[in-house]
Design a protein around this ligand. Structure first.
Ligand code: VG1
Ligand code: CO
Length: 542
């Protein structure tokens, strides 16, 4: 039944910030999926007879890709595959299943927050035995293999039924189709106090969770409306659609604008929240106050001890370099470690495994803890709910208290999407060349204290990652960071991260873009954004 099919390499199968992401049309080319999946297995050893977890965010091509992944896994002698019913697994749920079942690894089919549908994006990501995204050593080995691959192995079989819970067989490999929510929900019950959250809803607390027609719908319905008794209708857009209803499943102020408008209106519920395509991101908005992901990380870290799963306190915090330094203030106050990593969740895995940190986060709406090895959108919402249930104050009050105690980090990200790649690369190169001469220079009231191209040395496996973004740090705590996106599938995207520290509580109620005005102006001047990209304004501001 095992067939060996000869093939030739495709160019450009290099995983980016989070797996291999391309347009669906690229994945539809003959052998494209097969080449990549076989290259993953060719780069690994010791999986014969072991378990593989497989699932995706339900986007267009999810089911077809899963059929192929399972047949190739069987032909490569995996012993068992665990698949979410209908091919559905949120990224954090997949991470949990890998850990719980001591699987060898997992394959997650998703392009996360990127649009779906036949004209949208698709993605494949490999996760290792700790449940987290493969580290760079492995993704580079996979990429190398894609350049030389000459054949893949596949089992010939009719399509497998992914919609019925139970066990079947493909070749010598057993396939267990499981409910995607059950294990994840059980894990959540160990981390936050479900009784306490139920009584919060019982007291009249109201929320809206926008699943953005993506993977978290079934999870949110079962956990929020089911187990936690949030009123029916609290979860909206709860049915996963192959094209996410035509929207970008990106929970930010642009693509979740309706939710934001509701939160700012007179009818606002106490909490508005959303998650992305694959369920690892979260957006949290209080009545009248948007919580930046960087602040959310800091507030969660500062209050985690209120939740049963973290009652003994947290060991440390990790944040990606562009994420604001609000979390650093919390770590300082608690006397725990703070780790600054490159962008992408794969850099947190070693720190979590070594017990150096408990809570991690990124400015891009990603927050998580040592319960899995991915960021976890619904977890963040549940932790917020439990903090609210424990403290019985509003989100705005909790955040403003937090600022009074730690100071406020005004923070915004400006994205320049779909810019010409040559211009983007030239911009970064010019900045990199300018970095050594920036230290000590003054721009108006701002003086450059330090400037570099961020490099990271992993304290656990001692690997190095270089060229992770240009950062310009000013005296007094302001910062500008520039980097190019590694998840896009078209032209380049320039991300500019802008941060200003404000210790004075009397100045904590400014509008973010006003508070950052000088720095925003300087971000253009220093990088020659319009000269290199032809743009004078960002396309997305978050
Ligand atoms: C973006 C974010 C990054 C995140 C990554 C994957 O990467 O900036 O923080 O880890 O997406 O998130 P980039 O390279 O485009 O800036 V997800 O929800 O797509 O798995
Ligand atoms: Co995601």
């Amino acid at each position: 039944m095992i067939k060996t099919v000869s093939t030739t390499p495709y160019e450009g199968q290099r995983p980016g910030t989070s797996g291999l992401r391309k347009k669906v049309a690229v994945f539809l080319q003959p052998h494209y999926v097969e080449n990549f999946v076989q290259s993953i297995f060719d780069s690994l050893e010791g999986f014969a007879g072991q378990t593989l977890v497989v699932g995706g965010d339900g986007r267009h091509f999810n089911r077809q890709a899963i059929q192929r992944v399972l047949r190739i896994a069987a032909a490569n002698r995996f012993g068992r595959a665990i698949v979410g019913r209908g091919g559905i697994l949120s990224t954090p749920a997949a991470s949990h299943l890998i850990r719980k079942n001591r699987a060898f690894g997992g394959i997650v089919l998703s392009a996360s927050h990127n649009p779906g549908g036949p004209k949208g994006d698709f993605g494949i990501k490999y996760n290792v035995a700790n449940g987290g995204p493969a580290p760079e050593g492995i993704t580079e080995a996979i990429f190398k293999r894609t350049n030389t691959i000459a054949a893949y192995r596949i089992v010939e079989s009719p399509d497998l039924d992914l919609d019925r819970i139970g066990t079947s067989q493909v070749g010598d490999m057993a396939i267990s189709v499981i409910d995607p929510v059950t294990d994840y929900q059980a894990l959540m019950e160990t981390l936050v106090d479900f009784d306490r959250i139920r009584s919060l809803f019982g007291s009249g607390f109201r929320m809206r969770f926008d699943a953005m027609s993506a993977v978290t719908g079934p999870y949110a319905i079962k956990i929020l409306e089911g187990a936690l008794t949030a009123p029916a209708g609290s979860v909206v857009n709860a049915t996963p659609e192959e094209d996410f209803g035509g929207r970008h499943p990106d929970p930010n102020l642009v693509h979740a604008k309706q939710l934001y408008d509701l939160a700012m209106s007179a009818q606002a519920p106490d909490l508005c929240a959303a998650s992305d395509g694959d369920g690892d991101r979260n957006l949290v908005i209080g009545r009248g106050l948007f919580v930046t992901p960087s602040d959310s990380l800091a507030v969660i870290a500062a209050n985690a001890h209120l939740c049963p799963g973290y009652a003994k306190g947290i060991a440390g915090i990790a944040r990606s370099m562009p994420t604001s330094r609000a979390a650093d203030r919390v770590a300082e106050r608690l006397g725990i470690g703070l780790h600054e990593t490159p962008t992408g969740w794969k850099f947190f895995g070693n720190l979590l495994d070594a017990g150096l940190v408990t809570i991690c986060g990124e400015e891009s709406a990603g927050t998580g803890s040592n319960h899995v090895r991915e960021k976890d959108g619904l977890w963040a919402v549940l932790v917020w709910l439990d903090i609210l249930a424990a403290r019985r104050r509003s989100i705005a009050e909790i955040v403003r208290d937090h600022w009074s105690l730690h100071g406020r980090h005004y923070y915004s990200r400006h994205d320049y999407e779909e810019i010409d790649a040559d211009g983007a690369n030239a911009l970064v190169k010019a900045l990199r060349d300018a970095v050594p001469s920036l230290k000590g220079r003054r721009f108006g009231s701002l003086e450059v204290a330090q400037a570099d191209d961020f490099a990271y040395h992993d304290p656990v496996d001692h690997s190095d990652a270089t060229h992770q973004g240009i950062r310009i740090l000013f005296a007094g705590g302001s910062r500008l960071v520039y980097r190019l996106s590694g998840t896009g599938t078209g032209d380049a995207t320039l991300r500019v991260y802008i941060e200003r520290f404000e210790p004075d509580a009397a100045r904590h109620r400014l509008k973010t873009q006003d508070a950052l005005r000088d720095l925003i102006g300087l971000s253009h001047e220093l990088a020659g954004i319009s000269r290199h990209t032809g743009r004078t304004e960002p396309s997305v501001i978050t």
